[in-house]
Design a binder for this molecule. Structure first.
Ligand code: HEM
Length: 491
């Protein structure tokens, strides 16, 4: 998911001339900025503010060169796209086992420590086999309902804790959100009893959160260096990344081991089963269950907590949207509908999450490596070409979203005033969870945990913010400084 992954360009070069067809233009004719030998346009990137501003740098390049261009940054060569129609062409050509770009520091780490990893790192047949098992467990709509009760309890615990903040200032928003999402995933993975077990939570969650955050920081630092050299010379940035990765994986493995021991064996399948019980039913080996679950923790924690930070930040800037959410919740609760699943029926909550992810996509570039020669945007694309889809750029493009720079949750409400959907001219321009066979497998879990948190939090507190934050790329699209979130009890 992260941008910094290095990809060998030698192979692209070898293959690119082989696959020219008469109807389409050659790969070499894709617009491309002039760069220096060896380092390409790296100096331009540094001038634009460095890797942390890469989303704005690429945005500017699209303005200069159009929706498709080719650029070599450092030793990464990629084709960059910023048009929904071009994204569709990539997904149409992704094949049965799509290949995203994998983070090079992790590939080096996995090899060095002989770590077998979860689905994010799998390829080809192995990936397909596990994805087929996991998709129904994580993506079916029933997943939303199955874990909602546990997510409610985890949200209550967080909000009770916020109730007692001094002067209403949440001092550790990011850390609190990590805890919330880690506990939610524990419930989904091991079931309600284990996920909410205070002993397990106290023993593991604070340490897990600390290690996951260190790992995020360590990985972000490595984006500034070629990871192979950093690893070879054991530079400080590599050492931090390696240590935090070892710590995070070790603790996640211990947590999984403890929870697996506590989970009662079952001999029949039950609709309400947690993820691990279902995997056991399918006779998956314990070591494989462990590597799958451990990696879900790693994939889930940064993405969800950073995304929710953006949602809360935007809502804090828009008290009128918070009021609208409160009134929608009141009307759902006063209607005859069952209130247990009320959180699923609040359009402004869903719209706020979509808007936050449109404006601040944590996965700022979606990635695919083309496997078979194809034509995209009228150009011949040889196998092994790295395609990067510029989600930040299309998410803010006036051609696809009217008043694109503004936070307008109502634009996503299909049942709202008739003109609200005219505000979204092409929903494919914002794909925060990716798309296609390799789209995010945790999407439903992430959405339900985010919706439930907002459903419980907004009627209880009003949120304000004291500071203005900008998006920077630190592995993910995240805040450049901690969000100062203040809350006040609603009377
Ligand atoms: C707001 C939260 C999240 C965002 C924005 C997000 C975003 C993404 C994106 C953009 C991808 C790549 C999709 C593609 O290439 O088409 C992805 C993949 C993935 N995500 Fe998420 N994600 C989130 C939460 C989660 C959660 C909660 C989990 C785990 C429970 C998770 C697990 C994964 C995994 C395992 C993959 C790799 C799937 C595969 O390769 O088959 N994500 N995510």
């Amino acid at each position: 998911m992260a941008f910094y992954v290095r990809y060998p360009i030698g192979r692209i070069r070898m293959l690119e001339r082989r696959c020219y067809t008469a109807e389409s233009k050659p790969f070499d004719s894709i617009p491309s900025p002039k760069g220096l030998p060896l380092i390409g346009t790296l100096l331009d990137v540094i001038r634009a503010g460095g890797v942390s501003q890469i989303h704005r740098y690429i945005d500017e390049r699209h303005r200069q060169l159009g929706p498709i261009f080719r650029e070599k940054l450092g030793h990464v060569e990629a084709v960059w796209l910023a048009e929904p129609a071009l994204y569709q062409q990539v997904f149409q050509n992704e094949g049965a086992c799509p290949r995203p770009m994998l983070p090079e520091p992790w590939l080096i780490f996995n090899k060095k420590h002989s770590y077998k990893r979860g689905i994010f790192f799998m390829q080809d047949e192995e990936w397909l086999r596990y994805r087929k098992i996991l998709s129904p467990l994580l993506l079916k709509t029933a997943t939303l309902h199955r874990h909602a009760e546990s997510f409610n309890d985890v949200a209550d615990r967080l909000l009770d804790q916020w109730e007692h903040t001094e002067n209403g200032l949440i001092t550790n928003l990011e850390g609190d959100l990590y805890c919330y999402f880690v506990q939610g995933l524990m419930c989904a993975a091991f079931g309600r009893d284990i996920g909410l077990d205070q002993e397990i939570v106290k023993t593991y969650v604070p340490g897990m959160v600390q290690h996951l955050r260190n790992l995020f920081e360590g990985s972000a630092r490595l984006t500034l260096l070629p990871p192979n050299l950093a690893a070879k010379w054991n530079l400080d940035a590599w050492h931090c990344f390696e240590q935090s990765a070892l710590n995070a994986l070790q603790l996640a493995n211990q947590l999984t081991e403890t929870c697996l021991e506590k989970l009662p064996p079952k001999d029949h399948n039950n609709e309400d089963d947690c993820i691990v019980s279902s995997l056991r039913q399918q006779k998956m080996a314990k070591s494989n269950i462990q590597r799958i679950v451990v990696d879900l923790f790693l994939a889930a924690s940064d993405t969800t907590s950073h995304s929710t930070q953006w949602v809360l930040y935007l809502l804090a800037q828009h008290p009128e949207v918070q009021k609208k959410i409160v009134s929608e919740i009141e009307s759902v609760q006063s209607s005859n509908q069952k209130t247990g699943d009320g959180w699923q029926h609040i359009p402004t909550i869903k719209g706020s999450v979509k808007e936050a992810l449109r404006l601040y996509p944590v996965a700022t570039f979606l990635t695919r490596i083309i496997q078979d020669q194809c034509v995209i945007g009228g150009y011949n694309i040889p196998p092994e070409t790295l395609m990067l889809m510029s989600a930040f750029t299309t998410g803010r493009d006036e051609r696809y979203f009217r008043n694109a720079q503004n936070f307008m949750p109502e634009r996503w409400n299909r049942h709202g005033p008739s003109n609200s959907m005219d505000m979204v001219m092409d929903p494919f321009a914002s794909l925060p969870f990716g798309h296609g066979r390799r789209g995010c497998i945790g999407r439903r879990l992430a959405e339900s945990q985010m919706y439930i948190l907002l459903y419980k939090a907004i009627p209880r507190f009003s949120f304000q913010t004291d500071n203005k934050v900008e998006m920077i790329m630190r592995l993910l699209g995240t805040v450049d400084q901690p969000v100062q979130l203040r809350l006040q009890h609603r009377s």
